[in-house]
Design a protein around this ligand. Structure first.
Ligand code: AGP
Length: 605
């Protein structure tokens, strides 16, 4: 997810673009750049790795007088974090910025022979070369032709060097909004960068070509007919605009999960099967591994626990999950036959980084699953698989957890194909179910009434228990952490069969017990554990597959999951547990996005 902005008007574009990029920085902050086109068609390009402040310093050291330009703050998806990979990208007459993912950029590069023209590793530069290749003096015709060739999501703002003062835009899936104010015309990824300029705006319709100039904004459909925009009025302040209208970043990020799950899975499927070779990860890394170690902290570590459960079940390989802060001072039993998977949203968690370094010293090859491009853990691992969750602002991790699971499932499938524990057909069915998880999450998010009823049973408690068996136990750990860290209720995850060996002494009248019973083969056993706590007065919130049959006296509240296969219940269940924690914290009037004592990235021991 990147932040883009364009301006054409009567004021200095440089300052307006830099101010706008600072408002959009929450959308991505690993590099930034601006391009200015003066009245004589002279182009000025400035782009830097790092925050917008780094770019501002470079621009203010060499100010440019121009009243038209585009700006971009990047969340890297294709290509590392560097000046050359930062946007804008230029090719011939074209300079552009982009938010989205061009899925067929390799095919375009090969089909048009662009390889020698490329300086960056990005899909965006390929789009600039394509537009320059198609351009013969008519920007509108060029954009319509390009739209027929490009596959994927995009919001482009484009400068044609021989059209000074004008910005051309076109979008598919990725967002763009525009406004014309007293000082000129503006276009941006979202309202955050427009609010200070105009209270009247419009969403740029897909598949239309928009032309911004100082005096007006014009819209044309694919046939060149003029299109009237549907004007809307801004009723948000800047901060709520960054939250896209949600009351908290956490809820926004919970609702982004279906899309980011697909963005993380789809680019790695070839003929319905996962393949990581295009990301520089050779199959021999997997073929040689005889055991797997997973290193992480907190939520990332709990994603690893789910990974362990499915990997051992499908691959019949030993998988060990280590808390990174423990592992780093251990004398680990790793060697060159061990594949070490390091999971981290930020890629900067100091304990996880130290554990990674120790694993490498032991001769294990390391594969990182990281959300932040170019982060330290990504750079120090032998291999890296990036998740495409976009910036995760809320301290409590939600969408990052979901996409970490997705990558672990894809890795499991790849290994299963290579070790022939999956046929190709079984592999395709597995990835289809994995992709279908985005819709089961969507269904949970669309109807959260049962979750809100459960909040009433939880919010006044001092203690709560999450119980489950097998895979249910693995993801109950994350559910307990979510509730703890944002509602301050002491929550503990427990293997359901273990309760009676001591902990059940803590169950008293009204103690909330969130029981996860999604695994068919041990469903009856879990239900019998639920009866044990119910008999002692627990307030039971049962989370089960929609079709699972239970007596109504087993639970107080039931939350149904719209999913069939046991292996994939974790995705909608995780969304339920995230919402339970979120609504409980909100009901208690707590700071959901910034819980006490916590930081988003723990870069100290
Ligand atoms: C997640 O809700 C927590 N805020 C925390 O446990 C986090 O998962 C942990 O600190 C690891 O962070 P990382 O993924 O950036 O390494």
């Amino acid at each position: 997810m990147c932040g883009i902005i364009g301006y054409s008007g009567s004021f200095s574009a440089q300052k307006i673009l830099l101010d706008g990029l600072e408002q959009l920085e929450y959308r991505g902050y690993d590099s930034a750049g601006i391009a200015l086109l003066d009245e004589d068609g002279k182009l000025y390009l400035q782009k830097k790795a790092g925050m917008v402040s780094v770019l501002r310093e470079a621009c203010e050291a060499a100010p440019v007088e121009a009243r038209c330009g585009i700006g971009h703050t990047r969340w890297a998806t294709h290509g590392g974090v560097s000046d050359v990979n930062a946007h804008p990208h230029s090719c011939g007459q074209i300079t552009l910025i982009h938010n989205g993912i061009i899925e067929n950029y390799h095919e375009i590069t090969a089909a048009f022979g662009f390889a020698d023209r490329l300086r960056s590793e990005t899909d965006t530069e390929v789009a600039a070369c394509l537009l320059d290749h198609l351009y013969h003096g008519d920007p509108f015709e060029t954009l319509v032709k390009a739209a027929d060739i490009l596959v994927g999501s995009y919001a482009f703002c484009i400068l044609f060097q021989d059209h000074p003062g004008k910005i051309f835009c076109i979008r598919r899936v990725s967002p763009l909004v525009a406004a014309h104010g007293e000082t000129g015309s503006f276009v941006a990824s979202d309202l955050t960068a427009l609010i200070a300029r105009s209270r009247s705006y419009f969403v740029v319709p897909e598949a239309t070509v928009m032309v911004l100039s100082a005096g007006e904004i014009s819209l044309f459909d694919q046939n060149g007919h003029s299109v009237a925009p549907e004007l809307l009025t801004v009723d948000w302040d800047v901060e709520s605009a960054q939250k896209g209208g949600y009351p908290h970043f956490m809820l926004k990020e919970i609702h982004e999960q279906p899309d980011v799950l697909e963005n993380t899975i789809r680019p790695r499927l070839f003929g319905g099967l996962p393949d990581f070779r295009e990301e520089g990860i050779p199959d021999e890394l997997f073929e040689k591994c005889e055991n797997i170690t997973i290193l992480a902290c907190g939520t990332a570590m709990y994603a690893g626990m789910v990974g362990k459960a499915i990997m051992e079940q499908i691959l019949r390989l030993p998988v060990t999950v280590h808390i990174a802060s423990e592992f780093r001072y251990d004398t680990p039993l790793l060697d060159e036959k061990t594949l070490t998977i390091v999971i981290s949203q930020s890629g900067e968690t100091i304990d996880t980084l130290a554990a990674l370094r120790l694993a490498r010293e032991c001769g294990s090859r390391t594969l990182a699953i990281v959300n932040v491009k170019g982060s330290t853990i990504a750079r120090e691992s032998d291999y890296v698989l990036y998740t495409h969750a976009g910036p995760e602002i809320a301290v409590a991790s939600t969408k990052a957890y979901m996409v970490q699971l997705a990558v672990l499932y894809l890795l499991t499938c790849r290994l299963a194909l290579l070790k022939e524990t999956f046929t190709r057909q079984e592999g395709r069915c597995f990835t289809e179910e994995l992709l279908a998880s985005s819709s089961s999450i969507r269904q949970v998010l669309q109807d959260d009434r049962a979750v809100k009823r459960a909040v009433k049973a939880v919010k006044r408690a001092e203690n709560a228990f999450f119980i489950g068996r097998g895979l249910d136990y693995a993801f109950s750990l994350e559910g307990a952490l979510k509730l703890k860290e944002i509602s301050y209720i002491h929550a503990e995850a427990y293997a359901a069969g273990e309760l009676k060996h001591g902990t059940i002494a803590l169950i008293e009248e009204g103690t909330p017990v969130i029981a996860l019973a999604t695994q068919e083969k041990i469903f009856a056993k879990t239900v019998s554990n639920v009866r044990e706590v119910k008999a002692r007065g627990a307030a039971v919130i049962l989370i089960a597959k929609a079709g699972a049959k239970t007596d109504p006296d087993v639970y107080d509240i039931r939350i149904d999951l719209p999913v069939e296969q046991d292996m994939f219940t974790v995705f909608p269940a995780a969304a339920v547990l995230q919402l339970l924690a979120y609504y409980t914290s909100d009901a208690k009037g707590l700071n959901v996005d910034k819980p006490r004592n916590l930081a988003k990235s723990v870069t100290v021991e």
